[in-house]
Ligand binder design. Sequence first.
Ligand SMILES: [Zn+2]
Length: 345
Amino acid sequence: MNMDRRGFLLAGLGGSALAAQKQDAAPLLDRGFARVTQIAPGVYGTIAEASKGLQCGSNGGVIAGRNAVLIVEGHMQPAGAALEIEVARMVSKAPVRGAVNTHFHYDHTFGNFGYAEQHISILAHEKVAPLMKEQYAAVKSADKAPLLAPLEKKIAQTGDPTGKKHKEDDLQMMKRMYEAIEATTLAYPTEPLAPAQLPKRIDLGGLTALLEFLPAHTSTDLIIRVPERNIVFTGDLLFYKSYPVTIDADMMAWREVLERFARYSRHTQFIPGHGPVCGMETVRDQSDLFDDLRKHAEEMIRAGASAEEAERRYVVPARFRDYRIAYWGFRVGAAMRSYYARLGP
Ligand SMILES: [Zn+2]
């Protein structure tokens, strides 16, 4: 195919149209709780459907080169890891190099036991294991009542019905997380990566997995790029039509990560942590949403309002009205605290 014709075809099939077309393609596997499709030759995306089960709980995938296969994501339950192993075996006879955890959050690591059982190496940033121990192992089989008490007290003290509802949602979220902690058998990364080892290039044979350290959603974020295919597994650094979960975030560092994504080829396909495969328009939407959150934080700081008041007074703009925003405190509240830490008095 000559370049003109190729250019013409690429122009006609923008990144998003291409992404939509791929998603409509017949899936390799459809388990209800997740659907696996080929995104490009050798690259498979696992899109989780939480409403049908939390086995995956987050997206992931498989990158299959000639000589080795790399799995993306630890998922929420071992059944999610088992699905990725099954996909790896279906699409390739090459050995599995390992599975990457994009960050320490439980919906991306609690399935690790499925890899450990199969003696599959688990790669992650070196702080993933210590943070899993601190935030999850330390509270396992502990009495949760004292941990929930501060938020329960706040709910009791909150007068306005909207604020009360937001905090009640946050409490449900915490309870669900504690249930997941009780149910899981924790398995820690076996191949911790120090910042000096990153970015890490893994040659899979004809395909490269490039692991890059971009701390922003948490202090442990890795993205996995496949440069030959213009594909990026972003973990939770990109949310699709959703307010981001910001509980461990540095919002200003995150905005710079979005700038970095915006400089990739316009044909890039992103596999976000949750939601469908998407393109550059999602990076733009997410950037605008961050700018709106920051603008609100700055206005509140100028007005002398506290971070808590900024959380309470944030109004979802019409443009983002259909965005997912459950667990207000984990999204809006934590974002305000992050901005206040950097910009506040
Ligand atoms: Zn996360």
